[in-house]
Write a new protein. Structure first.
Length: 239
């Protein structure tokens, strides 16, 4: 399995979740038998990998060879990702991933009918290159997840795209991380908050994502906008 495909192996199953996934799979499978590319976009922790894994399984059950990949398998080396500073929102958006390789060795070759494509280029944990290529069937479906998939570089790439909106859940989780079990003394509280914010790199991830949403409006570009705040009861939104 390529680095970064870390969705929940035992996802929540409900009637509501199955209905949303089925609606997306139906749209994908009505495109015909040619190769298709599906992008699953959303902020960190929105549930992209799990949703993409579930969708890929559902499509494969309809006798379509399905390939999985993710931006997390195309990270840049740590020194490049953090060259603008560990808390840089611009660094998060601009420097996190090898966009040129995603485009030139995966998406474009896949679209053009290449026999083999690169589905992973980097292992983040070891901070080393780790390349994985895969043979591609003529009617394969690529299900690709990651943040910022509606950025200008990827315009026109997706036959079907999904935007997972999960701000309420993720902000609640952030606040819980920041505020739970703080020391009693105000000075110690402040110091602990500083530590937690540094560990979480709050400005990098939060501000970087907010800027992307404000400038790109991915909810309006996606084929499907989905409220994924309640994992058991996702809802299709009017995009």
């Amino acid at each position: 399995m390529p680095e970064g495909l870390d969705g929940n192996p035992n996802p929540i199953r409900t009637t509501e979740r199955d209905a949303v996934l089925t609606a997306v799979a139906d749209r994908v499978c009505t495109h015909g038998s040619n190769r298709l590319m599906v992008g699953i976009d959303g902020r960190s922790g929105a549930g992209k990998s799990t949703f993409a894994d579930e969708l890929a399984r559902l499509i494969s059950q309809r006798d379509r060879l399905t390939i999985r990949s993710t931006t997390a398998s195309f990270h840049r080396p740590r020194r490049e990702r953090l060259k603008r500073g560990a808390t840089s929102a611009e660094g998060y958006y601009s420097d996190s991933h090898q966009l040129d390789r995603i485009l030139n060795e995966l998406l474009i070759p896949f679209r053009q009918g290449a026999d083999d494509v690169l589905i992973a280029a980097f292992d983040e944990q070891s901070d080393t290159a780790l390349e994985t290529k895969i043979n591609v069937d003529s009617s394969a479906v690529l299900v690709f997840d990651g943040p910022f998939l509606h950025r200008p570089e990827f315009v026109g790439m997706w036959d079907v795209s999904v935007f997972l909106e999960a701000d309420q859940r993720r902000d609640r989780e952030w606040l819980q991380f920041l505020l739970d079990d703080l020391p009693a003394a105000p000075t110690e509280q402040a110091a602990e908050l500083d530590r937690r914010l540094e560990v979480a790199r709050w400005p990098r991830y939060r501000q970087g994502w907010v800027s992307y949403v404000r400038e790109v409006a991915p909810i309006n570009r996606a084929t499907f906008a989905i409220d994924n705040n309640d994992l058991a009861r996702p809802r299709l939104l009017d995009s």
